[in-house]
Design a protein around this ligand. Structure first.
Ligand SMILES: Nc1ncnc2c1ncn2[C@@H]1O[C@H](COP(=O)(O)OP(=O)(O)OP(=O)(O)O)[C@@H](O)[C@H]1O
Ligand SMILES: [Mg+2]
Length: 341
């Protein structure tokens, strides 16, 4: 549906210098995907998204939407492609001087629909997002979550194939965030709209996306299926984002406190759909007559499958624990298996 081929976007900086906001990015987003883009502030996420609907022109490389190279289109063709791409913003960007209905009808009027047609379609989309009762109200009379649903309704009014969401839930509280994510899930499931969603919260990726790309310094440092990336993050930036959502490994002061509470040997065992690591640990403990106490656990679901890890304090005769840990250490190099901490 969307393809970026070696796309770079530079902005002028200082005395004749330039800054690469997006740096040699190649990315393919399939039709019907819910594709998350994560990265820290300044990583280039918004610039990347703006390249997809040609609000920014690439300095080099090309952007293809539904097989059409945006750089090769004339103004009329470009308008047509843009109409097939809706956009949702963090700050909703609603017109304060238009009613809810007026906001949603606006892109339809721009696209040439009659007043009556625009109104009918706007009412239909407002029903889809659950705001039909609010049609005559003004944006400032609505809660943040309702405003964002209006933003989504407006983006959907022209029946786009693609919805681009730039931090659509970042201004919302956790409960409202869940409601908006639930709505986006329906947009994808029921309308078949491809969604590209920027966020700095890996939890959003985990609950909504099927694919993810991680950006750092203008580059895509890692990309893949959400479960795969969560199970085996390769880049340190990805690893940190994954940990922030799984909460499965204690770190820093929390790890120090955990060690103080559990002076014995600690081992971490991954928990996933494949229970072999956990079975293996259980067998080893039995063989060596070693007992355990649970020190830390962070296990949840990613794309409907369990993922996370449990950290155990081993308890038993010192020689037995040592033997157990030695056997575990043999496997530690093998990533994703039981490891001594
Ligand atoms: N029009 C512009 N002119 C100059 N520099 C720009 C422009 N747009 C973006 N940049 C710079 O490019 C870099 C990437 O910006 P971008 O907004 O894409 O990051 P982001 O990942 O969306 O960050 P955030 O999470 O804070 O929204 C930043 O350092 C920003 O200052
Ligand atoms: Mg941004």
């Amino acid at each position: 549906m969307i393809e970026l081929r070696d796309v770079t976007k530079t902005f002028p900086k200082g005395k004749g210098g330039e800054f690469r906001a997006v740096d040699g990015v190649s990315l393919t987003i399939g039709r019907g995907n819910v594709f998350g883009i994560v990265g820290h502030s300044g990583a280039g996420k918004s610039t990347l998204l703006r390249l997809v609907n040609h609000l920014e022109e690439p300095t080099s490389g090309s952007v293809l939407v539904d097989g059409r190279d945006l750089g090769a289109l004339d103004a009329r063709e470009l308008r047509e492609v843009r109409r097939s791409i809706g956009m949702v913003f963090q700050q909703f960007n609603l017109f304060r001087s238009r009613t809810v209905l007026g906001n949603v009808a606006y892109p339809l009027r721009l696209a040439g629909a009659s007043r009556a047609e625009a109104r009918e379609r706007a009412e239909e989309v407002l029903r889809f997002v659950g705001l039909q009762e609010q049609a005559r109200r003004w944006p400032e009379q609505l809660s943040g979550g309702q405003r964002q649903r209006v933003g989504i309704a407006r983006a959907l009014a022209t029946s786009p194939d693609v919805l681009l969401c730039d931090e659509a839930t970042s201004a919302l509280d956790p409960q409202t965030t869940r409601e908006v994510l639930e709505l986006l899930r329906r947009v994808n499931d029921e309308l078949g709209v491809t969604i590209v969603l920027i966020t700095h919260e890996m939890d959003v990726v985990r609950s909504l996306c099927d694919h993810v790309a991680v950006m750092a310094d203008g580059r895509v440092v890692e990309t893949g299926g959400v479960h795969d990336v969560f199970a085996r993050p390769e880049h340190p930036v990805t690893e940190a984002f994954v940990r922030s959502a799984l909460h499965d490994l204690p770190e820093g002061p929390a790890l120090d406190r955990l060690r103080a509470r559990h002076p014995g040997r600690l081992v971490t065992v991954p928990v996933g759909a494949d229970a072999s690591a956990s079975d293996e640990l259980s067998r080893l403990l039995r063989e060596h007559r070693v007992d355990f106490r649970i020190a830390h656990a962070g296990v949840g679901e990613v794309q409907g499958r369990p993922l996370g890890s449990v950290t155990l304090e081993l308890r038993g005769a010192e020689g037995d624990v040592d033997a157990c840990v030695a056997r575990l250490a043999d496997r530690e190099a093998e990533r994703g298996k039981v490891g001594a901490r």
